[in-house]
Design a binder for this molecule. Structure first.
Ligand SMILES: Cc1cc2nc3c(=O)[nH]c(=O)nc-3n(C[C@H](O)[C@H](O)[C@H](O)COP(=O)(O)O)c2cc1C
Length: 443
C-alpha cells in the first residue's frame, strides 16, 4: 500500500524555538548574524530532505521593556530574510527557501521583484509567506502609529497579491529569444503591462526580470481568522496551521480546504502544514527530561512578556504563582488570533498560574516528547485523519534537536514509506506536488 508522503518545513530560528534555547552551554551565541552557521543549518535540513527552509519575520525591534527583551534573542538582532535566503541559494541545492514579507509595509513591485529574483537565484525554490503583520512596532517604522484594523489589512493584502501575481506574469515563458541572428533579445508580443489603479496601489509597468523557474514563487500563508482563511482559500498553496489538537487540526483542514471550491480551486492545490515541535529521546521519559530542563531555564520576565504580547494585555503586575484571572482576557484579538485563543483557552479551562501558563504555552504548535516511533505514529495519525499534509517543524534547540530528528525520526518515516528517500523534483513546487501555474497571457 502506498501512503501519502509527508512534507516537512523547518521554521528556522537561529538558536531554536525555545525562549531559553540560547542559554544552553552548547548554544552558538552569535548564530543570529552568522551566515556560516545558517548555511550549516540549511544544509543539515537538506540532508534531512526537508521541503522548505523558512524564515519568519517582522521588520522591527522591540522598542520598550528593553530590560525584559534583553533576556531574549528573538527580535532585536536578525538578518533581513530575503537577503539571507539569497545567500543560502548558492550553498544549497534542493531545499525550498521561504520567507515572510508583509503586505502592510512593502510595495507590490518590490515584492514581485525580490521573490522573482530569489526564484531565479535558487533555480525555482522560492516561497513567499504573505502576512499583514501583527504588531505596532513594525507599523511605527513605516510612517504609522499603529497597524490598521485586522480586516482592512487583509483587504489591502488581497489587492497587493493581485498586483504581484500580475507582475509575475509580465513575461510569457518563451518571451526571451536571445536571437543574435535577428537581433531580437525578446519578443515584445510576449510582454504584458500591469495597469492597476486600485484602492491602495497604483502600478503601471512590467517586471524587469523574465518569468521565474516556478512560474511564480510558492504562496504561503498562516492566518487562521475568518478573513485569513478566505484569503488563503483563494490564493495560498501552503498554509502553516497552528492547531494544538488533532480534533482542532481536522476541523481547520476541512474548513480551509472546503472554502477553496468557491474560488474555483481544487483541494490538491493547497498543502496544509501543521505546526509541530519535537524532542526525540531513546525513551519518552528521556525526551521529557530534556524538555523540562529547558522549561526550567525560562526567565520569568521572558515568560510574562511572551504571554502579554500574544494575549494583548499587560500581565507584568500579576503574581507568578496564582491563577491568571479570567477577567484579564481582552474581549477580542487584533494580532494573532490563534495564539490569543490558545492562551485564553488555557486560562479558562485549566486555571493555570502565570508560571504554569508560560511553561505550557506553545506558540502555534504542539511539542511532542517521545521516541522516533511515537513521533512517527503521531505524524501518520495527523496525515491519515486529514489534519495535515505535512508539518512545519520547529525545534527547541538548533542544531541539536534538528540533528536528532534527522538521525532518528527521518529513517523511521522512510522505513514506513511515508517520507522521500531522495529529492525527486528540482523546484519547491515539484517537491511539494504543486503544479506550475500557467501564465494568464498564454492560456
Ligand atoms: C508557522 C507560522 C509562521 C508565521 N510567521 C509569521 C511571520 O514571519 N511574520 C508575521 O507577522 N506573522 C507570522 N505568522 C502569523 C500569521 O501569518 C498571521 O499573520 C497571523 O496569525 C494573523 O492572521 P490571522 O488573524 O488571520 O490569524 C506566522 C504564523 C505561523 C503559524
Amino acid at each position: 500500500m502506498t501512503h501519502r508522503q509527508i512534507h516537512l518545513g523547518l521554521l528556522a530560528q537561529p538558536h531554536g524555538d525555545h525562549p531559553a534555547c540560547w542559554l544552553k552551554s552548547s548554544a552558538p551565541l552569535d548564530a543570529a548574524t552568522n551566515i556560516d552557521y545558517y548555511r550549516s543549518v540549511a544544509q543539515l535540513a537538506e540532508q534531512g530532505l526537508f521541503d522548505l527552509f523558512f524564515i519568519a519575520d517582522t521588520p522591527a525591534t522591540r522598542t520598550d521593556n528593553l530590560h525584559v527583551h534583553s533576556r531574549n534573542p528573538e527580535y532585536n538582532n536578525r538578518f533581513e530574510p530575503i537577503t539571507l535566503l539569497s545567500a543560502l541559494a548558492g550553498t544549497t541545492k534542493h531545499i525550498g527557501l521561504g520567507a515572510t514579507a508583509s503586505t502592510s509595509f512593502y510595495e507590490p513591485y518590490n515584492i514581485a521583484r525580490l521573490f522573482a529574483s530569489l526564484d531565479h537565484l535558487s533555480h525555482g525554490r522560492a516561497g513567499w509567506n504573505i502576512v499583514t503583520s501583527a504588531n505596532d512596532y513594525a507599523a511605527r517604522n513605516y510612517g504609522l502609529d499603529k497597524l490598521p484594523p485586522h480586516d482592512e489589512r487583509y483587504v489591502k493584502a488581497r489587492e497587493f497579491y493581485q498586483v504581484v501575481e500580475s507582475l509575475w506574469d509580465t513575461w510569457e515563458d518563451d518571451a526571451f529569444l536571445y536571437d543574435q541572428e535577428s537581433v531580437t533579445y525578446y519578443d515584445p508580443g510576449k510582454y504584458h503591462i500591469t495597469d492597476h489603479n486600485g484602492k491602495y496601489f497604483k502600478v503601471y509597468g512590467g517586471l524587469n526580470i523574465r518569468r521565474t523557474p516556478q512560474g511564480r514563487p510558492v504562496i504561503i500563508q498562516a492566518g487562521s481568522s475568518e478573513t485569513g482563511k478566505n484569503f488563503a482559500a483563494e490564493t495560498a498553496e501552503v498554509v502553516f496551521a497552528s492547531d494544538p489538537t488533532l480534533e482542532a487540526g481536522k476541523k481547520f483542514y476541512k474548513d480551509l480546504k472546503g472554502r477553496m471550491a468557491q474560488f474555483g480551486r481544487d483541494q490538491s492545490e493547497l498543502k496544509i502544514m501543521a505546526g509541530l515541535s519535537v524532542m526525540v529521546g531513546e525513551s519518552e521519559a528521556e525526551a521529557q527530561d530534556k524538555y523540562q530542563e529547558l522549561q526550567r531555564l525560562i526567565h520569568p520576565d521572558v515568560g510574562r512578556m511572551r504571554l502579554s504580547a500574544d494575549l494583548e494585555t499587560d500581565l507584568s503586575a500579576l503574581p507568578l504563582d496564582e491563577p491568571v484571572p479570567v477577567e484579564m482576557i481582552p474581549a477580542k484579538a487584533n494580532f494573532h488570533q490563534a495564539y490569543f485563543n490558545q492562551i485564553a483557552g488555557l486560562i479558562r479551562e485549566q486555571k493555570l498560574t502565570l508560571r504554569q501558563l508560560y511553561a505550557s504555552y506553545e506558540r502555534g504548535k504542539v511539542t511532542l516528547c517521545g521516541t522516533a516511533n511515537q513521533i512517527t505514529d503521531h505524524m501518520m495519525e495527523w496525515m491519515e485523519s486529514d489534519a495535515a499534509d505535512g508539518f512545519m517543524m520547529s525545534f527547541h534547540v538548533v542544531p541539536d534537536d534538528l540533528s536528532d530528528f534527522i538521525t532518528h525520526v527521518v529513517p523511521e518515516m522512510q522505513r514506513r514509506g511515508i517520507y522521500r528517500t531522495e529529492y525527486t523534483g528540482s523546484t519547491l513546487r515539484e517537491n511539494l506536488g504543486l503544479a506550475r501555474p500557467v501564465n494568464r497571457h498564454s492560456r
